[in-house]
Design a protein around this ligand. Sequence first.
Ligand code: HEM
Length: 525
Amino acid sequence: MTFIENVIPSSKYVRASSEKFPSFAYVAITCPTRHLPGPWYTRFTHLRLKQAVMSGQRIFYVHDLHEKYGPIVRLSPNEVGVADLESFKEIHKVGSKYLKSEWYQRLANFPKPGVFTMTDPREHALRRRLLSRSFSRSYLIEHWESVVREKAQTCVTKIKEEAKKGKTDVFHWWLLLASDVSAHLAFGQSFEMLEHGKVNDLMRALKRLTIGAGLMVEMPLLRLLRFIPVGIVQDMFNANDTILKGAGLAVEKARSRRGENNIFAKVIEDCEKEGEGHIDSMDVRIEAMNIIIAGTDTTGVTLTYLVWAVLQRPDLQSALEKEVADLRPSFREDELIALPVLNAVIEETLRLYGAAPSGLPRVVPQGGAKMEKHFIPGRITVSTQAYTLHRDPQIWKDPLEFNPFRWIPTPVDPSCKVAFHPFGAGARSCIGIHLARMELRYATAFFFRECKGIRLCESTTPESMAFENFFLIAPKAHKCETTMDGDVIGEMERKKVEAGLKAIEDDMKEIEGRVGKKVEVEVNA
Ligand code: HEM
């Protein structure tokens, strides 16, 4: 690979050019996106974009470029950012010819692609149809609602116990909840991670492997690290076989007709009954892992930001606490769906803090496409990011304000409805949406019912909660501490006294300024 190919990889025109004229001038002149708006250096290289990706800043970098250059912006010679609503609809509509880019294939760290990483539309449609039935709302309600409810309740009990003793990290607990739910669905048995307060070895290994895959997709040379015989490095870059072996339990459970089945029992049954599609035992293992990867951090992070957003607004917190306090003790999801404040808070959290706001890369079909007023050539990658569309002032009133009441009454403005896509859109939208919403509703309801008056700890600040963006977002500090310890009224009184003393100090300074000398005052508390 020449230097130029390294800077602009996997591009035919660069390969041809580097053989003849290995010069930047040639690259800039032949760049297929040279006519589009964007910083000058993006005609030559993807390095600036890559730097943003590797430092966890991609959504901010791309968002700033849209603010500066408009809804269509060149991000690298082969990639274009799109924040235009009409183009977004075209790219993600059902039956779209814009297919997932090879980025997803490179992300697949297993021997075969699964539903998330498949790029071939026919292969994907067959697999998706098989899995969809197990993720439909009616199937989930019939078979899994009680499991989700029970786990959300256990999780909140743990949070409350810890919060009363001092402080509790809700980020840790929400991740455990989502992990426990996904694993139970995939394996057909509870790993009791909530009960133990920590993830099990298989989940820990899977997490490391996912981090490794995320790094390798950006820096393919890291694959060489597979040969370094150090435990943590092996876990990140070479643990596929061990993990897939562990995932064999998913197959076992699905094939046994005894005891608790997992979601694949239905998939295999349908597959055998109707003879449509094919899913072998390796596919089941891979999909089991995919569901855990796709269903854990997404839900855990979203719940964490929900708590963070609400606890900063005492009026909203009281309204939510009151709404869920009125539920009957054995409430079900149907009743939660009818609660206006609870659902509005979830929607607004998904708008500003949904865990997957990054660019979703798709390839422009052959022949190219017109987007806004620009022509985008075929085979160029276009990516739309929810982070930008969810903050577009042309679509949302006061877009940066966390205001759940914009969702009441529904339906909201039609363009908001189109632009709102925390779960993606079209044929590749999130298959776990009903499960995720069920978890969000139960966890939020139990939390604000059981943990009345819970507060953010001083360690939880806008800086600690700033986004780190590695495809998903997460709080920079990797924690979100809350507390129910101490006397809330006393705490409020202390704050009032402090505010009063500050006001007196300010007045004194002003008087001193006027009289031109220091004034002594005695405060008797
Ligand atoms: C709040 C929680 C969640 C959010 C914000 C979320 C978000 C998303 C988004 C944006 C996509 C589209 C990705 C793309 O186009 O590249 C997606 C796809 C997907 N999600 Fe989720 N997700 C959540 C929860 C879940 C859960 C609980 C599961 C399963 C247990 C799940 C499984 C999947 C799968 C398998 C796909 C790929 C679908 C396909 O390509 O056909 N997600 N999700």
